[in-house]
Design a protein around this ligand. Structure first.
Ligand code: L34
Length: 297
């Protein structure tokens, strides 16, 4: 059996068409253009690539987009002042500070400084707390976990009662997706196990998973015998494992040994073209949501 490929690129196209209509509606009915600022500090090659994809997508939807590139040596105080300016700018509904930040800047402090009402990344403790409470309390879901859940649901994978194993406990992916999959409601209601570098018998846990979500940042970590036959496998890893001189592009590889895994899994996301494009799509969705919320006094 060869697994069905869950394409993030295809789902992105569907969702961007939906979002495009929504932008038209909010503009024609309310004269409101969703505004997004992307702040990039320094020139980490992966960050440059992700931010430029975000800007391109925002422009394709007709957003008001500000690309704010700052030098590597910007001080923490300067960055905080910049965020404060955008917090008070009514044309901006979403503020994104691309991570990682240089060492001399305290990323936690920076993320806390973004107004929760403009936190389209969903990284502010207020929004993460709302996610934990669930239901109507949820405001902005973090983009990568939201994209993962969308891929799972739209691929027709049943989550209710399913065994979900999440590998990795980052604040950006592992922790929030584990909570989301266990919440009541659509795309949730699963039995969740969160495993990490401190776990014993990683493979044994993974083999129990009906849905395996891997966000470890370790290329090829998941071997085919870690996968339950027929399982849905979501590979969140975007590891740069080399450079293609011909295309001048980095060679990307996931956390799952894809070619071997697709012989065992029922459904699987590729890298590239899986979770990555969905992260950007959900950022657009959050920005439009923020624009709607700002219309209400
Ligand atoms: N603040 N920092 C903040 N928000 C985020 O949501 C992110 N993340 C992660 C890193 N730092 C962040 C992203 O944007 C990871 N990430 C991200 C975004 C997009 C893609 C991958 C990671 C993506 O589009 N990947 C493509 C390949 C892109 C390429 O060619 O480099 C893919 O198909 O997987």
């Amino acid at each position: 059996m060869t697994a069905e490929i869950i394409s993030g690129t295809a789902l992105r196209a569907t969702m961007l068409a939906e979002l495009h209509d929504e932008v038209t509606t909010i503009r024609s009915r309310h004269g409101c253009v969703p505004g997004l600022v992307t702040i990039l500090v320094g020139s980490n090659p992966a960050s440059v690539s992700y931010v430029s994809l975000k800007i391109k997508t925002a422009n394709s939807l007709g957003f008001h987009e500000i690309q704010d590139n700052q030098p590597e040596d910007i001080t923490e105080a300067e960055l905080l002042a910049l965020i404060d300016r955008y917090n008070n700018d009514p044309s901006i509904h979403g503020i994104l500070v691309q991570l990682p930040l240089p060492r001399h800047i305290d990323a936690t402090k920076v993320l806390y400084a973004i107004s929760p009402e403009k936190d389209v990344d969903g990284f502010h403790p207020v929004n993460l707390g709302r996610l934990l409470i669930g239901g109507k309390a949820v405001n902005f879901l973090p983009c990568t976990p939201a994209g993962i859940q969308e891929l799972i649901v739209r691929s027709g994978t049943e989550t209710s009662g399913a065994e979900v194993v999440v590998v990795g406990r980052s604040n950006i992916v592992g922790k929030p997706i584990a909570v989301m999959m266990g919440q009541k409601g659509k795309g949730g209601n699963a039995t969740v196990t969160l495993v990490h570098t401190g776990s014993r018998e990683l493979g044994a846990h993974c083999r129990r998973a009906d849905i395996l979500i891997v966000a470890a940042g370790v290329p090829g970590l998941v071997k085919p015998d870690w996968i339950k036959p027929g399982a849905t496998v979501i590979d969140v890893g975007v590891n740069r494992v080399g450079f293609n001189e011909e295309t001048s592009k980095p060679i990307l590889s996931g956390d799952v040994d894809f070619e071997a895994a697709r012989q065992v899994a029922g459904k699987i996301t590729p890298v590239p073209g899986g979770v990555g494009p969905m992260t950007i799509t959900m950022l657009m969705k959050n920005t439009i949501r923020s624009a709607w919320l700002h219309l209400r006094p």
